[in-house]
Design a protein around this ligand. Sequence first.
Ligand code: PEP
Ligand code: MG
Length: 568
Amino acid sequence: MGTVYRGVAASDGVAVAKAWVMAPAALSVERVEGADPAAEWARVEQAIAAAKQELEALRQTALEKMGEAEAQLFVAHAQMLDDPELVGQIRQYLEAERVNAEWAVKSVIDMLASIFEGLDDEYMRQRAADVRDVGNRLLRRLQGAEGHHLADISEPVVLVARDLAPSDTVQLDAALVRAFVTDVGGRTSHTAIMARSLGIPAVVGLGDITARVQSGQRIAVDGGEGLVVVDPGEDDLARFAREMERQQGERARLAALRDAASVTPDGRRVEIAGNIGTPAEVAQVLAQGGEGIGLFRSEFLYMNRETPPTEDEQFAAYREVAEAMAGRPVIIRTLDVGGDKGIPYLGLPQEDNPFLGYRAIRVCLDRTDLFQTQLRAILRASHYGKLRVMFPMIATVEEVRAAKAQLEAVKASLRREGVPFDDHLEVGIMIEIPAAAVVADRLAREVDFFSIGTNDLVQYALACDRLNERIAHLYQPLNPSVLRLVKMVIDGAHAHGKWVGMCGELAGDPRATAILLGLGLDEFSMSAGSILKVRDVVRSTRYEDAKALAARALEADTEADVLRLVEG
Ligand code: PEP
Ligand code: MG
């Protein structure tokens, strides 16, 4: 029997492979006195050349897998290795101190990084992280260390890390990274969401798994159960093999529903769409039979780069998605930065409560330069397909009016310039804040549709940080309080003839499907991997029964009672 650890089930699927523990950012380096500066300098030069080759390979991979914007990060890192300031200081250090190359590199990097870190500016602090990243790459080459960078992975592994940033997760190669497990995180952290969209099994919030596993140890992961087994025994392996087989059989059964309608046996039809972060993910949504894109998290276009994407870059991305979806609806959510999605170069202030702070529409209504550029790109792309625009984190009616005023201003300027766009493009808002749910009937008068963002709605309704694994038990999407808010939103919209979707993770949870159907939800948008499971439930649930179930769920005392109703 292996050693079993339980964490937060973040992305379904099972996998067994060797562990690959992501090294901590700082490598240990010792000072060696009396070294020959010329010989050490030659070693540094070699390490720089090798590091540049690595960065070029990374750039090409990023370009193929993700696009120009993501590839830029590696160009910037390679440029640092040509920076006379950095390289010159290392050389001087070697000559002045007569120490080993590793110590000189570490000292110069520490000094430069701490200068950046001391500056009161988020962008500059991110530069410090870049300097350290480049420095660690050089140190690894000097030490001949095993690769510790994600792109160094060359065989099937289970990635073990303290945490992965959403920008790390997008780079994972699903063919090699069979699963990942992390010390921190919750089910609706953006790292977990990306894992689901890439179809990589994941368990997060394991506490200190990085301290308990070593690279090379065998590790088995059941992402659906939140279970990790280190050094699995014969029994464990047999169990995992059976589970893998069962899941394969289930996938084959569901694949037959790819082109089936999302309709209940008694004729209630809904739309089942996919959530994406990059244009590349459209293919998975279509492959799984998605009927639209219910959420394009446009902020991913802004990540892993040094400056915001230009209007033309964004236009190209939105147009690509619009055209790939060939007339099916695509909802582009405007920039939702903040919370757990940092974009260093925007220079947003460091805050004690980022989820309650300067984020999403609050930033956009303040930084209208950014907002208008994005709106122009969306409107221009609307000429090439069926685009809809959606504003995140709306708390008040005034915010909707202000965002719509910006949209109207941009439309007016495009009209003046004779640039074509879809003048009937639907405008919606996300309902993620309880205040917005409560006044949904008022908000409904302002827009064409709502999409309920339960990831945030749950954290705000229950005052429970979506990333904090210590209070994960309180993060209850099926708590009757949340269901009652969802009902208020749907009723408020329907009273004004508007439709309501849901793009939070609850929409992709098959245990919730019948209740949401019964509450009257019109559109469900989710990670590609959940589409067929949810369609399966829709096709086998009578709408009349769903309504009765929803009514009982609203009257339940606890989330556990709701789950019993669904599973019973
Ligand atoms: C949500 O809050 O439910 C949502 C879909 O937005 P995000 O997860 O990107 O915050
Ligand atoms: Mg949200």
